[in-house]
Design a protein around this ligand. Structure first.
Ligand code: FAD
Length: 401
């Protein structure tokens, strides 16, 4: 009889795991893939929406398109997880798994920063990116403060990409001289994977006249006075505040007993939790060593979990250990994209190799997305049927996705 693999969360990690299991183990496993939404979108698509390059409807990839042998997608909301029994409860029913993969990503805790919901903007959700795009249309002059409101957060380059792209936008609109772009972040340096990588970001910020305050955490906003309060005691005035929200594991994961100190601890060689047959992968997972929360590392984790399940079923050698490696593309504005090849776990310390921004890398980033559209959804084209996409976008935006 086929084994039942239940994957909760169809993001980078869950989609890659489902695709790999379908390719390599369709004769041995049946996969149930559960997500509360009916469409996926790349994290970086929010930058497209923020800049008005693409409407939200255009960036959605519908789970209904998935036609993978042995994979059944269910649009349901997970309401409870019992890791000891490998049982998942949803708003529609319950599922018992031989292997359970928890890939529910990270949620945003907007209320963790008092005043942020009333007085701030964000572009880490699709709805937030749309709202901010509209606010930017009306913005003519003043201080834009981009603040990282907590750590860890998804995609370490994304706050800085946001700053570069806003510089670009204001320059194109001819108002850059009237806008002061400032950043605060709690880290000692941007993207601290290695010194060289941070240096690349610092140089790019400096070239664009973007002022940075490292090791400064905004802990609250006074929306009326338009000031951001710092943990260190001071405050920063702003006209438009863009926050990278505090991240946390989804509440259902916290309730399940899987999380310890915020995230689900795993054996970083194979993403296994302390519960037999239960894995945690992607942004929801944590471990002794840091692996940044990003799609590319979540996807790599999906590959390792698929190989580990195959090894368990075939009673064969375990796969090579997870290295937390992959290529991060970074938008620098003006159509230029850079790349950082990162490996967090393969050596004694994280390693990163920088490849300078170019238009060739912008094309490579497009190809990266196209490959995933093909392997996860079987789609060759960019576009999705407009009517269907528009409906789904409205429902996603209404849910704050
Ligand atoms: C602005 C921005 C830019 C980014 N750029 C990049 C980039 O260039 N490269 C990169 O690698 N990463 C990038 N990222 C990060 C990337 O999007 C995430 O790290 C990645 O999506 C994590 O994958 P995941 O599978 O762990 O979680 P997710 O992709 O977040 O998937 C989790 C899934 O779980 C589902 N879910 C959650 N709770 C429930 C529930 N209770 N019931 C059912 N389903 C549920 C969600 O609907 C979601 O589909 C970016 C992120 C942002 C915000």
């Amino acid at each position: 009889m086929k084994k039942h693999v239940v994957i909760v969360g169809a993001g980078f990690a869950g989609l890659e795991l489902a695709a790999r299991l379908s390719e390599s183990l369709a004769d041995a496993v049946h996969v149930t893939l559960i997500d509360k939404n009916d469409a996926f979108y790349f994290g970086f698509s929010k930058l497209d929406v923020l800049l008005g390059r693409r409407p939200p409807a255009d960036v959605l990839l519908h789970y209904g398109e998935i036609a993978k042998e042995g994979v059944e997608y269910r649009r349901e909301t997970v309401t409870a997880i019992d890791p000891a029994r490998r049982r998942v409860i949803t708003n529609e029913g319950s599922y018992d798994a031989d292997f359970l993969a928890v890939a529910l990503g990270a949620d945003y805790d907007l209320a963790a920063t008092p005043g942020f919901q009333q007085g701030g903007f964000e572009y880490y959700s699709l709805a937030g990116a749309e709202r901010l795009r509209a606010a930017l249309d009306d913005f003519e002059a003043g201080t834009v403060l981009i603040s990282v409101l907590g750590h860890p957060f998804k995609c370490p380059p994304a706050p800085f990409e946001g700053a570069f792209l806003l510089h670009d936008l204001f320059t194109r609109r001819g108002i850059r001289d009237a806008v002061n772009i400032r950043m605060t972040y709690p880290m000692a340096a941007p993207v601290p994977v290695t010194k060289e990588v941070s240096q690349m970001f610092l140089a790019a910020l400096d070239e664009r006249g973007i002022e940075c305050a490292p090791k400064e955490l905004v802990v609250g906003l006074d929306a009326r006075e338009r000031t951001a309060r710092l943990a260190s005691g001071g405050s920063v005035p702003y006209d438009l505040l863009i926050g990278i929200p505090v991240h946390r594991a989804p509440a259902v994961v916290e309730r399940s007993g899987l999380a310890v100190n915020g995230w689900v601890p795993v054996d970083q060689t194979n993403l296994a939790t302390r519960f037999p047959g239960v894995y945690a992968l992607g942004d929801v997972a944590g471990g002794a060593r840091t692996v940044a929360k990003a799609g590319i590392f979540a996807e790599a984790a999906g590959r390792v979990v698929a190989a580990h399940i195959a090894a368990c079923l075939r009673d064969s050698e375990p796969p090579p250990p997870y290295e937390g490696d992959g290529n991060c593309y970074v938008e620098f504005g003006a159509g230029m994209v850079g790349k950082v090849e990162v490996n967090f776990l393969g050596g004694p310390a994280p390693a990163g190799r920088i490849i300078a921004p170019s238009r060739e890398l912008a094309a490579e980033k497009e190809a990266f997305a196209a490959t995933r559209r093909r392997s996860w959804f079987g789609l060759d084209a960019h576009a999705v049927p407009v009517g269907m996409a528009a409906r789904a976008a409205r429902s996603l935006i209404a849910e704050g996705g």
